[in-house]
Design a binder for this molecule. Structure first.
Ligand SMILES: Nc1ncnc2c1ncn2[C@@H]1O[C@H](COP(=O)(O)OP(=O)(O)OP(=O)(O)O)[C@@H](O)[C@H]1O
Length: 706
């Protein structure tokens, strides 16, 4: 029974069409058609002129169609031979008569010859190349034919592929296409890019991109086809330290389709967040190289994370291999950090006042940077350590607020993008945002706003060294950061030491003695540090992991606002001698030892699958977005309810099941004191919902649709 059923379901339907199924049926069908034509022609006494004319016209059409289909010469000759033979036989029957033995014998012999020679007429089988394989790159003519047919089919446009060029990195190729003169545009092809990628069965993460061809007319189109997902590969930093400008984007790595992942940091501050071991420090090294290559930029390091970021840069100078230190100023502790930031603020204020004429001369509202007037970009490793100190946090905040036009910029890294580690305003002021790979998907919403909730997934990334990049509010795009190893940082440091500019004299003067004496202090601190590394390495494997918190350094006197701070020279005078801050006790070795041990015991897998996430209901995401937009950490119930189109009672009813209630005490906002909600409570609820610790009632999940 089962067997019968299977047979019945697999039975092919009978094909009654007249399409020939092989050489024999084609020869038989052709002969019958010809015999019918001869019989009819004889019956109506058709003039033989028609036979000759039909033969000639058909042969011409066959040649044109064959050339268009790019038939091989043998195939074209075979088809031509068949047509001319058949036409000649028909014309002869119109001159004489088909009703003779010799006529039918000639037809039979002709049909048999055509059948036997049929293999000659077969269209040459093209090589079916798999995208991304080495075969693809060798057999570009097969690839060209494939793409021509694919674009014709998918875009319904009779294009001609003129060339296929493999990319140097082996991760794809460009298909050069000429559009037909029928009005098909580049946009028509671009609009079908997604369909073309699917039709070509490209691997996940790979894409088709349609561009114009530089210097060519609008009928010339370049179809960029990526065949290797670069997110899944480890990409070394290209060993190119040639000079660049801060007005160009700094290159961080590559997107999945080999597009350069770059960011403009002339005006935009940058924030890079990622959990321990996600690749932040490596990315900051890439950023330091990219910034160091700019002839109109100086790199300063504020590294309160154990000195790992800065040390390889300083070593080449300490060892005497570079005459100048590639990093213009490096602060490895809080006291030096405060000197650095106070000097940076002084420089920004001085530039604001002193370079008005220069801006007028350049007819520019933005300070025109150059090798003589370089931008200063301060790279802060582990911003949480910096903002944990109230004074340093204020200095960072003020610098970020005032330094844009005056070309004193910040690139800050942090373990998390949340308000407890990075002040909300600091995140808001960062136009370039990077969230590295990690197991907690809610970090994406914290970094990029709750509007991305559910639209981005850590699954799109490939483990350490990968992340999402958003530029000035653009939708975050996955990328793979370049991997850079210590030896390469040293190579880059040597090259950059030779090409980096010096701080302009006016800015150096504004920064005062703290700036003038920095190299002396750096030499002492980092030379001491160098010796400690070896000790640390030998002891790390034998020591138990101590949990001693880093010792806090002397907190310098400071007002409530950074502008109330003393001038850098005065500050330098008040700071205790640098040599004392450089003592081994001031360095957080215990944390480093702990980190080393933790990484040895629990190595993070290269592409650990992200945990399954529950969707966060809109009432929470929209409430968070509303408070964020206000740049605040609390909001009155009535204000929040109004922004969400609810009454305060309905808002309370929606949030209560999620464990979010109004704060116990009223607080002042806009001159009015009232009860309201804390951003932190909403954020905690979002994280707990994501982890499945809170069940969301159906009516809450359905809002606002319900
Ligand atoms: N772009 C990358 N490509 C491949 N591997 C990488 C990349 N970046 C980092 N890694 C790997 O991840 C490890 C951790 O990187 P890194 O030290 O930069 O992380 P981190 O986030 O700064 O960690 P921590 O906060 O603990 O200092 C590196 O040792 C390296 O093996």
């Amino acid at each position: 029974m089962v067997g019968t059923k299977t047979k019945a379901t697999t039975k092919q339907p009978v094909d009654w069409s007249l399409t020939p199924r092989g050489p024999v049926s084609a020869a038989v069908q052709g002969s019958l058609a010809l015999a019918a034509a001869a019989t009819v022609g004889d019956a109506v006494a058709l003039s033989p002129v028609w036979g000759g004319a039909a033969t000639a016209a058909g042969a011409l059409a066959l040649v044109v169609a064959g050339a268009h289909r790019q038939l091989a010469p043998a195939a074209l000759l075979y088809r031509l031979g068949c047509w001319v033979g058949a036409g000649a036989w028909w014309t002869w029957t119109l001159v004489d008569t088909p009703w003779s033995q010799s006529s039918w014998a000639a037809l039979g012999i002709g049909a048999m010859t055509a059948g036997l020679m049929a293999p000659l007429g077969r269209v040459t089988k093209k090589t079916k190349a798999r995208p991304g394989s080495a075969l693809v790159l060798r057999s570009t003519s097969g690839l060209a034919a494939d793409w021509e047919a694919r674009i014709r089919r998918v875009c319904r446009a009779p294009v001609i592929v003129t060339d296929v060029r493999a990319w140097d990195n082996g991760a794809g190729y460009d298909v050069l296409v000429t559009l037909p003169p029928s009005g098909v545009t580049r946009a028509d092809i671009a609009g079908r890019a997604e369909s073309l990628a699917t039709a070509a069965d490209l691997p996940e993460g790979c894409s088709v991109e349609v561009r114009g061809v530089a210097g060519a007319g609008r009928s010339q189109v370049m179809v960029r086809v990526s065949t290797v997902n670069r997110i899944a590969q480890v990409i070394g930093y290209p060993a190119d330290y040639s000079p660049r400008s801060i007005l160009e984007p700094i290159v961080l790595g590559e997107h999945a389709n080999s597009d350069v992942a770059g960011a403009e940091v002339r005006e935009e501050a940058a924030l890079i967040a990622g959990k321990r071991g996600s690749g932040k420090t490596t990315l900051l090294q890439v950023v330091s190289i990219a910034l160091g290559r700019c002839r109109d930029n100086l790199v300063w390091h504020l590294d309160l994370n154990g000195g790992g970021l800065t040390q390889p840069w300083i070593d080449v100078w300490l060892d005497g291999r570079a005459a100048r230190c590639p990093i213009d100023w490096a602060a490895p502790n809080l006291a030096e950090g405060k000197l650095m930031l106070a000097s940076a603020i002084s420089i920004a204020k001085h530039r604001k006042a002193s370079y008005r004429k220069l801006k007028r001369a350049h007819n520019a509202s933005l300070l025109p940077v150059s090798a003589d007037l370089p931008q200063i970009t301060i790279v802060v490793d582990e911003g949480a350590n910096a903002v944990a100190d109230r004074d340093l946090a204020k200095l960072l905040g003020e610098l970020q607020n005032i330094g844009r036009n005056e070309a004193v910029n910040l690139v800050i890294s942090s373990l998390r993008p949340t308000g407890d580690l990075v002040p909300v305003n600091m995140r808001k002021q960062s136009g370039v945002r990077v969230q590295m790979y990690g197991p907690d998907p809610e970090e994406l919403a914290h970094m990029f706003g709750w509007s991305v909730n559910g639209k981005l997934s850590m699954d799109q990334l490939g483990g350490k060294g990968t992340g999402f990049l958003s530029l000035d509010g653009s939708f975050p795009r996955p990328f793979r950061g370049y991997n850079v190893l210590p030896a390469q940082v040293e190579d880059a440091a040597l090259a950059i030491a030779a090409l980096r500019p010096d701080l302009d004299a006016a800015s150096a003067q504004a920064a005062g003695p703290a700036y003038a004496s920095r190299l002396e202090r750096m030499r002492r601190v980092f030379a001491d540090r160098d010796g400690q590394d070896d000790e640390l390495e030998t002891s790390a494997s034998t020591l138990p992991a101590p949990q001693t918190p880093p010792r806090r350094l002397t907190v310098l006197p400071g007002g409530a606002n950074a502008s109330e701070w003393a001038d850098p020279p005065t500050l330098a005078g008040r700071t205790r001698p640098a040599v004392s801050t450089a003592s081994a006790a001031d360095w957080p070795e215990p944390r480093m030892v702990g980190r080393l041990r933790a990484e040895q015991m629990h190595p993070v897998p290269a592409a650990a699958p992200a945990a399954a996430v529950r969707p966060v209901p809109q009432i929470v995401t929209r409430a968070l977005a509303t408070i964020d937009d206000a740049g605040d950490d609390r909001m009155h119930s009535a204000t929040l309810a109004e922004a969400l189109g609810l009454t305060p009672t309905d808002l309370a009813a929606l949030l209560r099941p999620l464990g979010v209630t109004t704060l116990p005490r009223a607080f002042l906002r806009g001159g009015r004191e009232a009860r309201g909600y804390a951003r932190e409570d909403l954020s905690v609820a979002a994280e707990r919902i994501g982890r499945g610790e809170i069940d969301v009632p159906a009516d809450v999940a359905a809002w606002p649709a319900a």
